[in-house]
Design a protein around this ligand. Sequence first.
Ligand code: KIV
Length: 266
Amino acid sequence: MKRITVPQFQLFKERSEKLVLTTAYDVTFGRLADQSGVEGILVGDSLGMVVQGHSDTLPVTIEDVLYHTRCVSRGVERAHLIADMPFLSYQASVSIAVRNAGKLLQAGAQSVKLEGGSEISETIYKLAHYGIPVMGHLGLTPQKIHQFGGFKIQARDENSQKKILKDAKVLEEAGCYSLVLEAVPSMIAQLITQSVSIPTIGVGAGPYCDGQVLVIYDILGFDKSFTPKFVKKYLNGDEALTESLRSFVLDVKEHKFPAQENCFDL
Ligand code: KIV
């Protein structure tokens, strides 16, 4: 099966074809996502919240993302595999960023994602220069939640709108091959999408982006208490899975499982 490549991401934008991405954190969901036909699978630092149970992504380490990237990569043949660079894995210096990004490619990713604007443009330039493709990430960048005061919609006032537009252009110039726009008003995402030649991937950024990404557990409705406006649940996974597990519990309690067909004869 042919792998979706960085140059192909660009072709999607040129042909006005939507790119679809989701996340995965293990081989099973990597394989399921790959079978679904998504163009990209992100080993997101959202794993800190949906896998590790933290209230934000800051505790995630490069070792965590390396481990999950290795797991996911064993299940993905076609989709482009992107590894998130977690907090402190790229901010301290360009050389630390290059070393960590390189390790993520060695773990099976084909590109890396970094959160931030012009403050990381030199890092992006160097990564791209060394052949490490970079997906940018602007808007609500969760590694900065303490600065934002929580998970809040970004780019609502004129100054921050000007800044995000400028940052998008700087990231394109620095060498990003695509750009995640998270939690920004649709019209701002549209303006950015029209102003850069690289594809934009929206999450809570409206319909005008070149592509969309959602966390896989959100698509599958695994957490019934998580109901943000930007998510569409394609499965009531919380109930469906709990029901199936309840049936297993009941079957064992009522001596219905294992049945004859589940047993080995001599
Ligand atoms: O960590 C993550 O899953 C992400 C996506 C929501 C874009 O950054």
